[in-house]
Ligand binder design. Structure first.
Ligand code: SAH
Ligand code: CA
Length: 217
């Protein structure tokens, strides 16, 4: 892992992302931040898919948000949703300095009602190229149902923390009690999405695990 980071990730991590990662490292919940190797893969997916209009569920200090903003074109747009804006304020000056704030439409709210609102207007259907879901783990399947309408066919949806520290592969009894509920959510979601004919998937064991879905119908 260290080899990978030292050789292929850190030397190519854009300066603003490095700064944001370092500013985040001082916080008590620093581990929430997307790992830079997974971030590099996400930037690659955004560029391969020519993503222009995206949704992010769960911003925290903005690492995944900033990498998205750097990867999409100048006139791209990200709808970034988080129920608590305080951590975003830490990343915002770095995002502004990077010159990409104009691409971000930040919404402070629980995410599910925002997606439901979007679906209230037919023009938003299949209007997004990419989505990243990294919050509110118990609702991943609910996000998935909505994103299958909001993201276009051929579009990408990425779900984070699908390995939940590796606990999904262990029997529940050996998992610390405070991790069991989210482990159960992850196991359930992984099973459902794996059986979903609307998407092609790749479950990548990078960071804390990401499931990459490509909508096919
Ligand atoms: N993607 C971020 C990490 C997100 S951490 C990064 O790369 O750094 C999860 C975030 O989800 C937290 O900031 C939390 O405030 C937010 N969150 C939790 N539940 C939520 C909900 N129901 N709706 C929207 N945001 C939520
Ligand atoms: Ca995460």
């Amino acid at each position: 892992m260290q080899y990978l980071l030292d050789t292929s990730v850190y030397p190519r991590e854009p300066e603003p992302l490095k700064e944001l990662r370092q500013a985040t490292a001082k916080l008590p919940n620093a581990c929430f931040g997307t790992s830079p190797d997974a971030g590099q893969l996400m930037a690659m997916l955004l560029k391969l898919g020519n993503a222009k209009k995206t949704i992010e569920v769960g911003v925290f200090t903005g690492y995944s948000l900033l990498l998205t903003a750097l990867a999409i074109p100048h006139d791209g747009k990200i709808m970034a949703i988080d129920r608590d804006r305080t951590t975003y304020e830490i990343g915002l000056p770095i995002i502004q300095k990077a010159g990409v704030e104009h691409k971000i439409d930040y919404i402070e709210s629980p995410a599910l009602p925002v997606l439901d609102n979007l679906l209230g207007e037919p023009k938003n259907e299949a209007d997004f190229d990419f989505a990243f879901v990294d919050a509110d783990k118990g609702n991943y399947w609910n996000y998935h149902e909505r994103l299958m309408k909001l993201v276009k066919i051929g579009g990408i949806v990425v779900y984070d923390n699908t390995l939940w520290g590796g606990t999904v592969a262990k029997p529940e009894e050996v998992v610390p009690e405070n991790k069991r509920e989210l482990r159960r959510h992850a196991v359930e979601f992984n099973k459902l999405v794996s059986a979903d004919p609307r998407v092609e998937i790749s479950h990548a064991s990078i960071g804390d695990g990401i499931i990459i879905c490509r909508r096919i119908c």
